[in-house]
Design a protein around this ligand. Structure first.
Ligand SMILES: C[S@@+](CC[C@H](N)C(=O)[O-])C[C@H]1O[C@@H](n2cnc3c(N)ncnc32)[C@H](O)[C@@H]1O
Length: 367
């Protein structure tokens, strides 16, 4: 499956909201499916025409995108849809194929089928979609770049500390609350970044070890520690591999705003459980998975190019974090989902558009 095709679906917030999933995509063809829910129905309990039209249109884009150059994309300029019969079923499937490729215009045909009981498929709609082939600049796509997590944070490091980040505003007091009094304690800050927490914890009298694989982020952390006179041990390491830290060494293990970048959280949680003392505590903060469903993930704008850069994130679910903690033998002492409220929206204008939406998950875990 091509990366471009995958992104055409992964980044289309409206397709995610509808629940359209990509089944297969090749240059010139694309198949998608949708599990039909009550919210997809019209007043007579048939699948809404607009749902079928949106699927037919976007799948046609999926079929066409693989036929245009890397520096181009496709934008729908017109479609015509015939609704052939009232659509009922548990699943909608849409198959699209390009019937007329072109340098400036592509024409695709989309068949929408409703799949009912006994897997009987009925053609419910047929659309002809005309797509313009345009330079990336006209679609806005070129403004987003997905980078590897490490490279993304290396590039973010310069401006990371100075940004209006509502997640950080919400998270910092929660982390302090769950770490408790850290004076004279051994603390590991796993995925420490620019040392946002590590420095504050050292200031409060703890002995801190920070681990991160981004040299750029840790350079900033080391500079800040040197400037403030705190002897924090910063270790460059990829935390998806076993941590270079002794077992049962730490009173507190912090993993702040990192887990959304970890494909297999269970492996990391097992390592956090290994290095924490039996009497200790693991404190986790992470961006709420609901944000990813809204198309929001860790990102920043490169000040020199104006491009939005997204260090690679993974669409983990809350259950992945909970089951990872359980599998690591950690007991959930506290877990809470924090939503954007009026107070946060007033402090951070960036967060106002997510009012009422859960932004942060906090977990405090005991061995
Ligand atoms: C959003 S920042 C959070 C930094 C810091 N914990 C904080 O809250 O300010 C995420 C950090 O996780 C680090 N990270 C992500 N994946 C990692 C991995 N596989 N190994 C080591 N560090 C990783 C990144 O380099 C980055 O510094």
């Amino acid at each position: 499956m091509s990366e471009r095709g995958r992104r055409l679906f992964g980044r289309a917030a409206f397709m995610r909201d509808l629940g359209v999933e990509l089944e297969s995509i090749e240059p010139g063809s694309c198949t998608t499916k949708l599990r039909v829910m009550p919210r997809h129905l019209q007043q007579d309990q048939f699948i809404h025409a607009a749902v079928q039209a949106a699927m037919a249109d976007h799948s046609a884009g999926g079929a066409a995108i693989g036929l245009v150059g890397e520096d181009r994309t496709v934008l729908t300029v017109e479609y015509k849809i015939n609704l052939l019969r009232p659509a009922r079923g548990q699943l909608l499937r849409c198959t699209s194929r390009v019937i007329r490729p072109g340098k400036s215009i592509c024409v695709a045909e989309s068949d929408v089928l409703a799949v009912g009981t006994n897997s009987v498929e009925k053609l419910t709609a047929k659309a002809i979609v005309t797509l313009a082939v345009v330079p990336l600049g006209e679609s806005g796509e070129e403004h987003v770049e997905i980078s590897s997590t490490k490279e993304g944070y290396d590039r973010w490091a310069e401006i990371y500390d100075g940004e209006d980040n509502p997640l950080v505003l919400l998270e910092e007091p929660e982390v302090d609350l769950h770490l408790g009094d850290v004076r004279d304690l051994e603390v590991a800050d796993v995925g420490c970044g620019t040392g946002r927490h590590a420095l504050r914890i050292a200031e409060k009298g703890a002995r801190v070890v920070g681990v991160d694989f981004s040299e750029g982020m840790m350079k900033r952390a080391r500079e800040k520690a040197a400037a403030s006179g705190h002897a924090i041990d910063f270790i460059a390491h990829d935390i998806t591999h076993p941590l270079p830290l002794a077992g049962a060494r730490f009173d507190r293990v912090l993993c702040a705003l990192v887990l959304d970048h970890i494909e297999r959280p269970a492996q990391l949680l097992a390592e956090l459980a290994r290095i924490v003392k039996p009497s200790g505590r693991v404190v986790i903060s992470v961006m709420h998975p609901a944000m990813l469903l809204r198309g929001v993930e860790a990102r920043f704008r490169d000040p020199t190019t104006g491009k939005e850069i997204r260090p690679k994130s993974y669409p983990n679910q809350l259950s992945d974090y909970v089951t990872a903690a359980a599998a690591a033998g950690l007991r959930i002492e506290h877990m809470k989902e924090h939503a954007v409220n009026d107070a946060l929206a007033a402090k951070s204008p960036r967060s106002a558009k997510y009012l009422g939406w859960p932004l942060l998950v906090m977990m405090s875990l005991r061995p």
